[in-house]
Design a protein around this ligand. Structure first.
Ligand code: PLP
Length: 402
């Protein structure tokens, strides 16, 4: 299925709004990707690395204790946290770095928020022997210090970005600026299904491996497609990756969860689909958090990966046309879900994924018994433990048992 109404356009959203100096680079990328996509050898090369190195397919596992605790639909987890480097981000970086090599590029740059995309890019660069520089907001450098160490250990240069809110959007601005200056030999690996055409398409295609696996796995595991699938939404790559292969299955409810931060009325959140308005951010028309003068409003989330004032254009289109149901979870709800999942299933989910878990509880109850709910566990929470521990560890959080 394609929701792409024209190359790079998803209904009213998408497109390519970039400085003139970057147009040739995007056209070159568009052409190279179109050729690679038609080449079965490229597809096999990507699949082979995902199989042999990343550890795909990732399991679809029953969450028996959560199912019992929530008392509604049967809950299943897509375990992207078990992919090498601990999150779905690696699916995309393997694909894009192989594309960069195919294009003859000599050097890789990337932006990162939570650091997972930076780690995944540094990993792919180490694997294929390419120099790598990762731009990261200074605030994120501080709150994701484990991932900063991992990137450096993998041989990447980490450049802290001091402008703006010193988070993901600023890191992306800086990566774009650097790319303009080095466009001849440098490939820019964008980490989410956002940014100018053709990135949202490229990232969506590489991440759709998640949803394709869920289709096959759910037929084997419970003999039908899931009744609902839920995923968190930052820029949107894990969500579009798991949801895209189900867009035409009208009986499968597709649900996305944005960062509610301190609450929607607080003004401090990352809920671009829920409260954003149409505008251009990072080269793409989508729903963005902006004031009446079109100035971007800084986002807030306890999780660095959801702390972004925009969202990928395809998800904006799916939300506006009603195919995607959009909900939000606050920082506190995500934290409670983090402990809930840790203590009932023995899995420390990423704070991003914890947002999906927070709303999955309501959804499981809403769906009721006999239905099947798949939650995308997009990553593991090791990178977040410093942030979480700083708030104090609750002794008990409910009836889940000791
Ligand atoms: C584990 C995890 N999940 C989700 C996200 C959010 O990004 P996206 O919406 O592109 O999946 C991130 C971003 O860093 C992440 O690390």
């Amino acid at each position: 299925m394609d929701t792409e109404t024209a190359p790079g356009r998803f209904g009213r959203y998408g497109g390519r709004y970039v400085p003139e100096t970057l147009v040739p680079a995007h056209l070159e990328l568009e052409q190279a990707y179109a050729e690679a996509r038609k080449d079965p050898a490229f597809d096999e090369q990507v699949s082979q690395v995902l199989r042999e190195y990343v550890g795909r397919e990732t399991p679809l596992t029953p969450a028996r204790r959560l199912t019992e605790l929530w008392g509604g639909a049967e809950v299943w987890l897509k375990r992207e946290d078990l992919a090498h480097t601990g999150a779905h981000k690696i699916n995309n970086t393997i694909g894009q770095v192989l594309l960069a090599r195919r294009m003859g590029k000599k050097r890789i740059i990337a932006e990162t928020g939570a650091g997972q995309h930076g780690v995944a890019t540094a990993t792919a660069c180490a694997l294929f022997g390419m120099p790598c520089e990762v731009f990261m907001g200074a605030v994120d450098v501080e709150r994701q210090s484990l991932n900063v160490f991992r990137m450096k250990a993998l041989g990447a240069k980490v450049t802290p970005v001091e402008s703006g809110s010193r988070t993901l959007k600023d890191a992306m601005n800086e990566a774009m600026r650097t790319w303009v200056a080095q466009v001849e030999d440098t490939y820019y690996v964008i980490g989410s299904a956002a940014g100018p055409h053709p990135y949202p398409t490229i990232v969506r295609d590489f991440q759709s491996v998640i949803g394709r696996e869920v289709r096959t796995q759910s037929l084997v595991a419970f003999g039908k497609l899931p009744d609902a699938i839920i995923a968190c939404i930052g820029g949107g790559s894990n969500a579009i990756g798991i949801l895209h292969p189900f867009i035409h299955d009208k009986d499968v409810r597709l649900v996305g969860v944005e960062a509610g931060g301190h609450g929607l009325s607080s003004g401090q959140h990352g809920a671009s689909l829920t409260l954003g308005t149409e505008g251009v951010l990072h080269g793409s028309r989508s729903l963005v958090l902006q004031d009446e003068n079109g100035q971007i409003i800084e986002a807030h989330s306890i999780s660095a990966g959801l702390d972004y004032p925009g969202v990928g254009p395809e998800l904006a289109h799916l939300a506006k046309t009603g195919r995607l149901e959009v909900r939000t979870a606050t920082d506190d709800e995500a934290l409670a879900a983090f402990y809930r999942v840790s203590r009932t299933e023995g899995i420390l989910p990423a704070l991003e994924s914890s947002h999906a878990f927070a709303r999955a509880e309501d959804l499981a109850r809403e769906l009721g018994k006999g239905k099947h709910l798949v939650i995308n566990c997009s990553g593991r929470g090791d990178k977040d433990v410093a942030t979480i521990a700083a708030r104090g560890i609750p002794a008990a959080i409910g009836q889940e048992g000791a």
